[in-house]
Design a protein around this ligand. Sequence first.
Ligand code: R5P
Length: 292
Amino acid sequence: MPLPSQMHDDIPATPVIPEIKPVGLGLPESVVARINQILPKPMDPIEQSKKFAAYKAVDNHVKPEDRVIGIGSGSTVPYVVDRIVQQGEEVNKGRVFIPTGFQSKQLIVEAGLTLGDVDQYPTIDVTLDGADEVDHALNCVKGGGACHLREKVLAEAAKTFILVADHRKNVEYLGTNFAPGVPIEVVPFAYAKVLQNLHHILGSPKATLRMAIKKAGPVVSDNGNFIIDAPFSREYMLDPYVIMAQIKMLTGVVEVGLFCKMAKAAYFGNPDGSVTIRDLEGHTETIKAEET
Ligand SMILES: O=C[C@H](O)[C@H](O)[C@H](O)COP(=O)(O)O
């Protein structure tokens, strides 16, 4: 079984096979259509970049000796699990994996990995998680999928907390690309009071209760709570710790989706296949596509 440090250059590139054109081959169109249907399709560039970021992060931070591993939520996390599985049965059979919600629990179970919970394992070796946006100082917004309460518990429980995302999440200031605002988990009976506080006291006049799409009524988190999305202007996001602490003080708020300087490093996949790594000390490194 290769060690993570030996696995840097074996990410298979997706073969780009051009579609067959019916003209000139003399094949019926239906046959051509069927052939084109079964040819492997090139991976979407955003998916590719998520995969490269996740693979690189796992290679650098999930070491054979790590026994308790936190698995976060979001669209990049399946690639994290994928790469961990590639480390082999031998190393994974001695490990336990802690999910941040329904999605990651399913990923762990479907991958045949051992499931645990943070109340059994309050110290985690390393947690890898997605993000909605990450700023220049490694503050981030999380909770676009309503998982930020459990995510923050797993981030705090971890000796090392690592973020993985595609390049669209790599911003100077929070709120640049992620428009809905800061996700805030609230106990249901307090939501109207907290909304009022946000509108009139804390400077988020457009804060709204997150509504479900394929269900009448609000989104309900894995913990049975509601989610408020509160956009704040740039001045609040210059140092998001201050507004994070103020929101957290509102009675009825369970957790705020602002993670301030909790991550040791963030990995961003770029469209050209390179990966940009930023760390808490302010170092930035971009690993060339051929080295990812
Ligand atoms: O609640 C969800 C989490 O914080 C996700 O990690 C975050 O929303 C990013 O998700 P995605 O990669 O799907 O944009």
